[in-house]
Ligand binder design. Sequence first.
Ligand SMILES: NC(=O)c1ccc[n+]([C@@H]2O[C@H](COP(=O)([O-])OP(=O)(O)OC[C@H]3O[C@@H](n4cnc5c(N)ncnc54)[C@H](O)[C@@H]3O)[C@@H](O)[C@H]2O)c1
Length: 475
Amino acid sequence: MRVAVVGQGYVGVAGAVALARQGHHVTGIERDATRLESLTAGRTPVSEPGLQEELSLALGTGRLRFAPDLAHTHLREPFDVVLITVGSPPTEDGSADLSQVGVALAEAAALLPAPYVVLKSTVPPGTSDGFLVAYPQLRDRYAYTPEFLNQGSALDDWSTPSRVVVGLWSQALVLPALRELYGPLACPWVVTTPASAEMVKYASNTFLAMKISFANEFARLCTAPELNIDHVMQGVGLDPRIGHAFLQPGLGFGDSCLPKDTAALTHWAVARGLPTPLLDAAVAVNRAQPGLVRDTLRAELGDDLARCEVAVLGARYEPWSDDMRAAPSRVVVPQLLEDVAGVRVWDPAMDAEHLGRLFPGARPCPDLRRAVEGARAAVILTEWPETIEADWSALGARMASPAVVVDGKNCLLPERLAGLPFTYRSVGNRMHPRGGATRAAGGLPTAAAGRDVLFGEPDDPPRDDHARPAGDPTG
Ligand SMILES: NC(=O)c1ccc[n+]([C@@H]2O[C@H](COP(=O)([O-])OP(=O)(O)OC[C@H]3O[C@@H](n4cnc5c(N)ncnc54)[C@H](O)[C@@H]3O)[C@@H](O)[C@H]2O)c1
């Protein structure tokens, strides 16, 4: 098929590359001149594992190209399908800004001969129905199909989705066209109304947001030395009804989708007078989460705080994504700048100019060692391998004493931290009561069939008073 993918961001580039890989003839349409120039030169404008290699391969097949304008390209070689993957960012009041979607849809609806139009951008329920009023000619050739990919595994997620959700008004023509577009997929299809398909995306992201906030709430409950949040979440996630995904405590959801989609759904529900207590709670927990860094430093450093230098290690939310739109560092660093004498920021993926632009007032540092030199506190915001594998004994020795390390990603290996010259604080307690090893190196152990998941040997026999609430000082 001849396919246009309108909007070459995280979703659009992955989609254009994956569709070309499948054998379709794809044109990525991008209105941003810098992004377009980069793509035309064969460079991906967004950071995503494997995407650069796959982009080069797809360009090499001659089945992928890029253009600035849908209408002119369509005039020369009409498209069978126009896929819309433009942004739907949040507005000031939290509602979804649908201006990019509106423009792209108007352009697609005006094309002759008429292609199928498939909207993939995340939009509030009822958006497609509103478009149908403005463009009734779309009824028989329109589908809304939300995208569920994760940054970090975008290409795989696109090619092997867990499900395809399709919302349409008329199945006869659109469904066969979509099946041809997606090709043979080993996953179920949910075919429904456009509004329900739109709601599936918001419901899915709300559930993921609730899982993250659930893990963060339990991290706040698991601060006593007898409680270990890693073990608790491992024990919870092994239930196949729950699963481990999105149960990692941290400083809150920081990808670009969950904050904006939960805000947009809240706005949508409030406008209709519909209560959303679960969603509200997930958002409230999340909003408080970055403040854990400030609270921990205040508790650890007390009156010294205002005289301290603090090193922030990592600015990205995830090492593999350059999407900084909702990274917790954007809240944590300004809060620190209010509280402490000086903030240094190090991130191996960003140069000094980039860091300086993101965090005015903070001092960009070119390497980890220089970042922590003389600092009273180090705050880990990204699980960079350089940080996880660093010699923390040597780093701790460079810090001003008594030093504290706040691990906002729960990524340092506790068994390597016993006896080091700083206080270690994480999101929930992860240390054995005696400060020793509590988990296998390289991450949480996973369960193989018939095998136990071991976190380290308890070295005391169980006490008969173990029913006493953990951390109860009266014991
Ligand atoms: N980023 C994700 O991980 C992800 C995952 C699932 C769903 N989504 C949803 O997919 C949509 C796209 O997300 P994204 O992160 O890729 O967005 P993005 O902001 O990174 O990219 C959107 C691109 O569209 C371009 N654009 C806008 N209007 C255009 C037009 N008329 N013609 C040509 N180009 C145009 C912009 O210049 C921009 O490059 C959003 O609705 C988002 O909620 C995103």
